[in-house]
Design a protein around this ligand. Structure first.
Ligand SMILES: [Zn+2]
Length: 462
């Protein structure tokens, strides 16, 4: 039975979108590519952008369907399968030159990297494009902005999302299992991202948009509920995962911010990505890093929720609070790469409060903590449950499985918040002076991480 996008929570999200007009997510959706293309672009010629793998997975079929419908299809722009394609700015320039040779509408056939490269290159050409998803591997298909590395620094370049997204469930279900698992890890990260938004909202730093919140958070637990069906390759399960990811992308598109999708778990992931985290010579996928990041953050939340923050000693904390100059010195010590250090300094400057501002914030927190704590408890999944779900989806849950030592992970709790100005639980813990003690507790011999690791191993040997 075809699973069509109108049975999924996509339609309402689409109504809020600024750039994307159509999302078609169903079985055999590739057969509809010419119809979707014609609705958006009339009789314009088409041109595929893909790599060798994604061209084989869906690109060839897209070309065949378009040609059969009588459409002009120009020579595809193909990146080689190896080495692994990165979203580097040099590829954007190559793509922009190549696509500029004709006036065809580009069709990005691929996942995160192909989509990001095409998104920015077509924007620079002033042209819209169509995205054909080849894996439910991340939430960026319908997001505006392209994550591109330039001069060694990954940054989000503002640019519109694709005009239309086509996702063929048979193609998604046949994608390498690690890609689907990675998409699950990225979606699971919306739990802690939501918790972080609750904190920023309560402290008056970034108000929650209730319609956007509902789009992402209301269906989330149900969409995460049956990871074993994903592993079995059930197209209906892949449809639910894709629906969660695309809806999150549309939420980012509607707000013009990644706040609905990304909190401290993504700060961990971005930090590890900057550091080139790898395991056994293999790069670690975004969703796998987000999954471990979510476990890291959930552990910190569990410690924080046991802490009586309504009793914090405002005067003592503010007396010891570092000045902006001291905070800047810490950042410069932490990042050896000068370009990264400059960016981190700018991010920290944007959010580091003066001790007077901190005093106001902490007095507010003392009043609202009992209520906020209840809402955070309701939002979060218990770590044991989060770990069970991630493992059942095929995501690693032992930090060592993504190449992290205990020392790396421990240090990441202090460093992750320095790379983005977004206010998260890491900032709350730092500003209430419980970050260092909370993290120490997580790494005790019988502490949180010891229990997570033991469960990760018993799951593998079971
Ligand atoms: Zn993500």
């Amino acid at each position: 039975m075809p699973t069509s996008s109108n049975q999924l929570p996509i339609a309402a999200a689409l109504a809020t979108a600024r750039d994307t007009r159509t999302v078609l997510c169903e079985r055999a959706a590739l057969a509809a590519v010419d119809r979707v293309f014609a609705e958006q672009f009339g009789d314009r010629a088409a041109r595929i952008v893909a790599d060798a793998r994604t061209f084989a997975a869906a690109g060839e079929a897209v070309v065949a369907h378009l040609r059969r419908a009588g459409r002009a299809v120009h020579e595809p722009v193909l990146f080689p399968a190896a080495p692994v394609l990165h979203a580097g700015f040099q590829h954007v320039q190559t793509l922009e030159t190549e696509l500029g040779r004709t006036d065809a509408i580009p069709i990005a056939v691929g996942a995160g990297t192909i989509n990001d490269l095409t998104k920015l290159a077509t924007h620079r050409l002033g042209r819209p494009y169509l995205a054909v998803a080849t894996a439910a591997s991340m939430d960026g298909y319908a997001a505006s902005g392209a994550a591109i590395t330039r001069d060694g620094v990954k940054q989000t370049f503002p640019c519109p999302a694709p005009r239309a997204v086509l996702a063929d469930l048979d193609v998604l279900a046949a994608a390498p299992p690690d890609l689907t698992a990675s998409g699950y890890g990225d979606l699971a990260g919306k739990i802690t991202a939501g918790a972080d938004w609750l904190i920023a909202d309560a402290l008056g730093l970034e108000p929650i948009d209730s319609a956007i919140w509902a789009m992402v958070q209301i269906p989330l637990r149900e969409l995460l509920a049956h990871p074993e069906r994903l592993v079995a390759g059930d197209p209906a399960a892949v449809a639910r995962l894709f629906a969660g990811l695309i809806t999150t992308g549309l939420a980012m598109q509607a707000t013009g911010s990644s706040r609905p999708a990304s909190g401290s778990e993504h700060q961990f992931s971005h930090l590890w990505e900057m550091r080139g985290l790898a395991h056994g010579g293999q790069e670690i996928s975004h969703g796998f890093k987000v999954g471990i990041g979510s476990l890291a953050v959930t552990g910190l939340y569990e410690s924080l929720l046991r802490t009586p923050l309504a009793d914090v000693d405002v005067a003592a904390i503010c007396a010891a609070w570092p000045s902006i100059a001291e905070a800047e010195r810490v950042v410069r010590r932490e990042f050896a790469n000068p370009a990264l250090a400059e960016r981190a300094v700018a991010e920290v400057r944007a959010k580091h409060p003066t001790s007077e501002q901190l005093a106001v914030r902490l007095r507010l927190l003392r009043n609202l903590w009992p209520d906020l704590r209840t809402r955070l408890r309701d939002q979060l999944l218990p770590a044991t449950e989060l770990q069970r779900l991630l493992a059942a989806a095929g995501c690693p849950t032992d930090p060592a499985a993504i190449g992290l030592t205990d020392a790396d992970l421990r240090r990441s709790y202090a460093t992750a918040r320095l790379i983005r100005r977004r206010y998260t639980v890491l900032d709350l813990a730092a500003e209430t002076d419980v970050l260092a003690s909370g993290v120490k507790e997580l790494f005790q011999a019988d502490g949180y991480w010891a229990r997570i690791r033991a469960r990760a191993h018993s799951a593998i040997s079971a």
